[in-house]
Design a protein around this ligand. Sequence first.
Ligand code: ADP
Ligand code: MG
Length: 315
Amino acid sequence: MESASETIKRIFGGNGNSVGAEMAEVSSRYNALERVRFPKPSRTRYIAVANQKGGVGKTTTTVNIAAALAYAHSRVLVIDMDPQGNASTALGVKHNTGEPSTYDVLEGRKSIEEVKQRSPVFKTLDVVPASIDLSGAELEVADMEDRNNLLKNAIFSFTESSKTHYDYVIIDCPPSLGLLVINAMCAVNEVLIPIQAEYYALEGLGQLIQTIGLVQEHYNPALLVSTMLVTMFDRRTLLSKEIYDKVYEHYPHIVLKTTIPRTVKISEAPSFAKSVIEYDPHGMGAVSYREAALEIARRSPSVLKTIQTRKQRSN
Ligand SMILES: Nc1ncnc2c1ncn2[C@@H]1O[C@H](COP(=O)(O)OP(=O)(O)O)[C@@H](O)[C@H]1O
Ligand SMILES: [Mg+2]
């Protein structure tokens, strides 16, 4: 029998027609994804999604990678560390001011167990929401002795007592290099850096890597930049490809082969309180984020091994 992609190719004239060709391509990539099994990591992967630049796709990446992994039956905890609460919005959990949130967790009033909410869509996805209240935390905890490890301690006591084993804990960071981001970097083993495919993309990357270096030196020697993901990629422009090649040249083992295209559906999804995986499952955005998630999942053995080696060396 003719497959969906063959039908589309026949109707739209295959490669001669770019819309038809793209539809055929995305449909065959979708079908391939439906057939693969996502391997689960042997230990929990703790990942902070960070970049001090705003608008590069941190939140979009957190939300859609988390949704893609949960769709593939992995157990995922998202921690929203941005007072904007955009990840909480996109994942459809309550996060009005006053709602128990990351703010209470950081300041020790509540445990992660008490504030986490189940995603209304994915039953293996939990979210610790953030509200604008969190913007006060940076000042309020500034004098505390262990102020950099507040999140780490909260995660530790949660995982110690929780009956649930998570495959991934993913933290969405605000666009800064302040105390909230340092807390995230102290609480994880890995940083995922989204890089927007635009002219100034690589500016600021040096500063970010330097900050990560400082965190490694002072607090978290095993911290690894495990993943870079080029977002808002435009296949039709040479610039996008040049940006990718530049990142690849410097970080060949870190940057994912998958890039995330700029699509209207990706930017629309949050206004419906949805990930693009749910909002437009067959579209190029969802398929690309699922492919990126698969690459991340497949790298688990080597990433976990590197982290283990670093931990042993720093002890
Ligand atoms: N691949 C994409 N295609 C289209 N719009 C995108 C894409 N990725 C992000 N956006 C949009 O760009 C803006 C910034 O993205 P966001 O994830 O909020 O960045 P950050 O968290 O780094 O500030 C948002 O409006 C988002 O919807
Ligand atoms: Mg954000």
